[in-house]
Design a protein around this ligand. Structure first.
Ligand SMILES: [Zn+2]
Ligand SMILES: [Zn+2]
Length: 393
C-alpha cells in the first residue's frame, strides 16, 4: 500500500502542473480540442494505443497487460463551465467567461498520472485498462456520445471506476458507498397559457401569473405528501417568466426547473404527481399547461461488491481518513450511464481546505481545491486497478 502511495506522491509535481496548465485553458463541453490534444500527446508518449474523436472530442486509450485477464475502465471528464473565474489564482483561466469550476482539470491530471503509473507496471498486469477521457459531462450528453461510439466495448469492461474531487467535504474525507449515490435528474419546462388583458380588468382575462404562482406552491406538496419521509427527492422551480408591463396581464408564463430522485419507484411517483398537479392547478385557474419533461441522467448506482472492495482499499491506503460509507448527493452526474451498463464505483474525494480558502462550492466563480487531493484520487484508482489485475487473484 505504502508503495502505491509513494508512487502517487512521486507524480504530484507533474500532476499539479498539468492540472494548472489545463486550468488556464478551459474548454466547454464538446469543444475540448486543446485538452484532447494534450491527452493524446501524453498517452501516446507512454506507447499506448490511442483513439481520438470518440464521442466527438473524447479520447480512449488501452493498456494491455503482460497476461490476459479482466478489463478495468477508468473514466475522467474534461469539460469546463461558462463561468467567469474570480479566484485570482496565478493559474486562473485565460479564457474570458470559461472556467474549470468543477475540478475536471484535476480529473484529467489524475487520469494521465494513472496512465503513467500503470504503464510503468505493465509487466505485472494480468488484464487490461481502458482509459476514457470524456467530454461534456456538464449536462451536454458527453457520456451518451461516448457510449454511442463504443466506449463500453467490446470487450465489455468488468469494472468501471471514476473519482470526483469533492469540495463539499474537506481533504482527508472519502465517500465510498454501495447503491445509489447520485440522483436521477429530470428537466422540466412548463408553459401556462391563459388569456391576456388589462391589469386593471382581471375579470376579463384568465391570468397565467396567478396560475403559475399556485403551481409553484402546490408542487411543494409532491415530495412532502406523496413520498415516504425516508425517501429523498427534490423539485425546484428555478425559472419563472411572464409579462413585461405593469398594467398588462400576459397571455402565458414559462417555467423551468429540475426534479431529482434516487429510486425508480420514487421517480415514477414524483413524475406522476408533478404532471397531475401542474395540469389540474392550471385548469382550476381556467388556464392550460403544456409540460415538457426531459430526462437528464439516471441515478448513479454503485455495485455493492465493487464499493466494498474500494472501501477496504481506502482503509488500507488511508487508515487515518474519514471514510463515509453511506454518502449520497442530490447532484446528478453522467457517469451514471456507464454504471447502468457495467458494475463499478464512483468515489468522492474530499478536496476542500477552508484554512487555505479553498472551500468554494462546485460551479462557483471562486471554486478551487486543495491539490493534495490529486494524490488521493490517483492512489485509489491505481490501487483498485492493481488489485483487479493482479495475476495471483
Ligand atoms: Zn459540475
Ligand atoms: Zn463534475
Amino acid at each position: 500500500m505504502q508503495e502505491i502511495l509513494d508512487a502517487a506522491r512521486s507524480l504530484f509535481d507533474d500532476a499539479r502542473s498539468l492540472r494548472r496548465e489545463l486550468h488556464q485553458h478551459p474548454e466547454l463541453g464538446f469543444r475540448e480540442e486543446r485538452t484532447a490534444r494534450r491527452v493524446v500527446q501524453e498517452l501516446e508518449a507512454l506507447g499506448l494505443e490511442v483513439a481520438a474523436g470518440v464521442g466527438k472530442t473524447g479520447v480512449v486509450a488501452t493498456l494491455e497487460g503482460a497476461q490476459p485477464g479482466p478489463l478495468v475502465l477508468l473514466r475522467f471528464d474534461m469539460d469546463a463551465l461558462p463561468i467567469q473565474e474570480e479566484t485570482g489564482a496565478s493559474y486562473a483561466s485565460q479564457v474570458p467567461g470559461v472556467m474549470h469550476a468543477c475540478g475536471h482539470d484535476g480529473h484529467v491530471a489524475i487520469g494521465l498520472s494513472a496512465a503513467k503509473l500503470l504503464s510503468a507496471r505493465q509487466a505485472e498486469l494480468a488484464g487490461s485498462v481502458r482509459f476514457v477521457f470524456q467530454p461534456a459531462e456538464e449536462g451536454l450528453g458527453g457520456a451518451q456520445a461516448m457510449l454511442a461510439d463504443g466506449a463500453l466495448g467490446p470487450p465489455k469492461p468488468d469494472q468501471v471506476l471514476a473519482v470526483h474531487l469533492w469540495n463539499e467535504k474537506p481533504l482527508g474525507w472519502l465517500g465510498i458507498s454501495p447503491g445509489p449515490v447520485m440522483a436521477a435528474g429530470d428537466i422540466f419546462h412548463i408553459q401556462v397559457t391563459g388569456k391576456g388583458g388589462h391589469g386593471a380588468l382581471p375579470h376579463l382575462a384568465r391570468d397565467p401569473v396567478v396560475a403559475a404562482a399556485a403551481i409553484v406552491t402546490a408542487l411543494q406538496s409532491v415530495v412532502t405528501r406523496n413520498l415516504s419521509p425516508l425517501a429523498a427527492a427534490v423539485i425546484s422551480v428555478t425559472s419563472l417568466h411572464g409579462g413585461e408591463a405593469f398594467n398588462v396581464i400576459p397571455s402565458s408564463v414559462e417555467m423551468k426547473g429540475t426534479i431529482r430522485t434516487f429510486e425508480a419507484e420514487a421517480r415514477r411517483t414524483v413524475l406522476e404527481r408533478f404532471n397531475r398537479i401542474v395540469s389540474d392547478v392550471a385548469s382550476a385557474h381556467a388556464c392550460t399547461a403544456t409540460i415538457e419533461l426531459t430526462p437528464l441522467t439516471p441515478a448513479m448506482v454503485n455495485d455493492a461488491g465493487v464499493a466494498q472492495r474500494m472501501q477496504s482499499l481506502a482503509r488500507r491506503l488511508f487508515p487515518d481518513f474519514d471514510l463515509e460509507t453511506n454518502y449520497r448527493s442530490m447532484v446528478s452526474e453522467d457517469m451514471a450511464f456507464f454504471l447502468e451498463q457495467a458494475p463499478g464505483c464512483f468515489i468522492f474525494v474530499g478536496s476542500a481546505n477552508p484554512e487555505r480558502g479553498l472551500d468554494a462550492s462546485h460551479h462557483h466563480p471562486k471554486f478551487d481545491f486543495d491539490e493534495q487531493a490529486l494524490i488521493y484520487g490517483l492512489a485509489l484508482l491505481v490501487g483498485a486497478t492493481l488489485d483487479a489485475l493482479h495475476p495471483s487473484r
